[in-house]
Design a protein around this ligand. Structure first.
Ligand SMILES: [Zn+2]
Length: 179
């Protein structure tokens, strides 16, 4: 994963816990406003957030960053858009793309969840994010009139496929609780 010039990563390998922690520092004193793209002075840092990334040599890998806010003259204080993850996601874009492929190929959500090392809430969050992005992409398409019919058909197809997938995998969705 390549980081833009504003960021400086440092890596901490924890052999005992079988994990790799990558702390990313925002090293610039300015940055682009997420609304208008204007370069604005840094305002402050938000609290440190964590993102699950693709495993490194079978070690769970996490990114950490205090994502800064910039002060835009037009839009006020805004958190900068990070290049490695979507807004409000706790997974990197690369991990999400990999997880979607595993979820699609696996025989059940339970199987995919175990392969990915996710709990149920995390697996649901990734499925939900993917559906949201697909819907958004289709809504953008609908802005042009000639594409409206195709877009509506596509939404219907995605919805139907989602319903069928959920239905076919529903018996595997609830975790077994041992008392
Ligand atoms: Zn702005």
């Amino acid at each position: 994963m390549e980081l833009e010039e504003h960021y400086g990563p440092s890596v901490d390998l924890k052999m005992q816990d079988q994990r790799v922690d990558i702390v990313i520092e925002y090293t610039d004193d300015q940055g682009p406003c997420p609304e208008c793209g204007a370069i604005c002075p840094k305002h402050d840092d938000r609290k440190k957030c964590t993102w699950r990334h693709l495993d490194t040599m079978q070690f769970s890998t996490y990114l950490y960053c205090e994502v800064p806010r910039v002060r835009c003259d037009t839009h006020g204080a805004k958190t900068v858009a990070i290049p490695w993850a979507g807004k409000n996601s706790r997974f990197t874009l690369l991990f999400e793309a990999f997880a979607i492929r595993v979820l699609t190929a696996a025989r059940s959500v339970e199987e995919a969840r175990k392969l990915l090392g996710l709990n149920w809430h995390q697996a649901e969050a990734i499925v939900w994010l993917d559906e949201k992005r697909q819907t958004f992409a289709i809504l953008v398409l609908m802005k042009s009139n000639f594409a409206q019919v195709i877009a509506i058909l596509a939404i219907s197809m995605i919805w139907m496929v989602g319903v069928c997938l959920r239905w076919s995998k529903s018996e595997h969705r609830k975790p077994v609780i041992h008392s």
